[in-house]
Design a protein around this ligand. Sequence first.
Ligand code: SF4
Length: 209
Amino acid sequence: MTHASVHISKMTGKLEGFRAISTNTRTNTYCLEQHERAVEHKTDNICGDCYSHTMLKGYRKNMAPALQRNSDLLSSRPLEPQEIPRINDSVFRFSAHGELINDQHMQNLMAITVDNPWCTFALWTKRVDIVFRWLRDNTKPTNLNLIYSNPKKSHIMSKPPKGFDKTFNNVLADEYMDRQNCTGQKCQDCRICYTTNDVVTIIEKVKKY
Ligand code: SF4
């Protein structure tokens, strides 16, 4: 049997120095619906400002085929043991592009997490429904940081949903300036989201792409 391989991306910009396993935002039904509704109706949903849609439609179009292969592989069946990548990094990002697609996607990311206990993984998601279903039947791995990505701009959610470690919030540049703890720095210099610490509420100003 031929084994498929999970694509690992090298990140740039704020995530310079990190590697990630991502999927294709532009074919994810949840991402498309949230993005289009937010843009069309000018709502306060952060999906209307999504960097990933902008990048994958424009200057990073060439990434889409590899991300789509991950979408297809991770959401369609359990990875074979030989297909679970060996991650030698100390910290690693899940879903730098693309939301969780379905329960199978979550199960595969968790299989990768459990199989690489020396690495701390951070997963950002708005899909509490998928995470809650997974947590109902499983114990969260100790090397996973689950970060709830608050969809509502300018509204700080301080308490994470049950089972999550942190919330990630976006505010306008001139709002909550004394509380913005994620604006301006690079993740490799900060690592709050990738380590165990008592910072629960992450706040960044909305960026324009
Ligand atoms: S709080 Fe730090 S680690 Fe988390 S996203 Fe912001 S810069 Fe990156």
